[in-house]
Design a protein around this ligand. Structure first.
Ligand SMILES: Nc1ncnc2c1ncn2[C@@H]1O[C@H](COP(=O)(O)OP(=O)(O)OP(=O)(O)O)[C@@H](O)[C@H]1O
Ligand SMILES: [Mg+2]
Length: 280
């Protein structure tokens, strides 16, 4: 099945309707998730270990299918699509890079995805060189990926997925092991992709990385979305951050302390459509 090339009528790019997911061992990781994403939105998903963040994003590229409820991507029910069909347009960088790397060299690793998606050798060469360059991997091009450090492996995974230019880029814990220069590059990349009308979904514990980007924030706890709104509204509200066991950015704490920023009562942000989803 061919995915809609774009959705100009304002339909969501991604939508979750009452999604439940039970892992094969019976562990219920998603317990009724609802949200939708519009074109060019940058979304950060935050929450404590085991909250269900990775399980949620694996539904977007069809690696997991809901046990109950419906996930649609580009207007199509993911149950009708294979992960292979989705992955050309939905690139995911896994939390653990060892699950993504298998080629004999860094260069071959980047080439593999591009060849798989049928890019011509000409384009392939250009894209590989710019991926190596953009992600400071030129010095490692001929080394086996498994010999790279954790941070370098992560960078390679981001480089190889970006090389095939997906419309939605999902980064599961992208800043782990990255120094400040690489984090700055990641921020720039996110802004650039947004300006190209793409979607970036960041799954992270790194609120200090997220805050300057001011993305939409979804907070998760125990398989549920407990808050959904702007960075300011969600991360300035200790009621939300406590429920998801997320620390507020230092700047928010400092501003509150200095009285620059009043703790946000819910009323002024009703317009921002923060959802308080109370289940059970
Ligand atoms: N393959 C699996 N089999 C069984 N249970 C799983 C599996 N993967 C995850 N889980 C469970 O599902 C729940 C959600 O896990 P998930 O990996 O989505 O959490 P997360 O929010 O990404 O956590 P983290 O911040 O640690 O990455 C947890 O209770 C976890 O133990
Ligand atoms: Mg995870």
């Amino acid at each position: 099945m061919q995915l809609n090339s774009n959705l100009k009528d304002g339909k969501p790019i991604v939508s979750f309707e009452d999604v439940f997911y039970s892992h094969p061992n019976g562990n219920v990781a998603l317990k009724g998730v609802n949200f939708s994403l519009r074109q060019s939105e940058v979304l950060a998903i935050l929450g404590s270990n085991g909250a269900g963040k990775t399980t949620l994003v694996r539904h977007i590229n069809g690696l997991l299918k809901p046990t109950r409820g419906k996930v649609s991507v580009f207007g199509e029910d993911t149950k009708q699509l294979s992960s292979a069909q989705l992955s050309r347009r939905v690139g995911i960088v896994f939390q653990n890079p060892n699950n993504q790397l298998f080629a004999q060299s860094v260069r071959k690793e980047i080439e593999f995805g591009l060849r798989n998606f049928g890019f011509s050798e000409d384009i392939l060469k250009k894209r590989v060189e710019s991926a190596l360059n953009d992600f400071s991997l030129l010095d490692y091009a001929d080394r086996p990926p498994m010999e790279l450090s954790g941070g370098e492996k992560k960078r390679l995974c981001i480089a190889l997925v970006l090389a095939w230019d997906p419309d939605i880029l999902i980064l599961d814990e992208p800043t782990v092991g990255q120094d400040s220069e690489q984090k700055e590059k990641l921020s720039e990349m996110t802004r650039l992709l947004q300006s190209q009308n793409k979607n970036v979904i960041l799954v992270t514990h790194d609120v200090e990385f997220v805050w300057p980007l001011q993305p939409r924030i979804i907070l998760m706890a125990n398989g549920l979305i407990v808050a959904d709104g702007t960075s300011q509204a969600v991360l300035s509200d200790s009621d939300f951050t406590n429920r998801a066991d997320v620390l507020a950015p230092q700047l928010v704490d400092f501003s509150k302390l200095m009285g620059f920023l009043k703790p946000f009562p819910s009323a002024p942000f009703e317009a921002e459509k923060i959802l308080r989803i109370e289940h059970g």
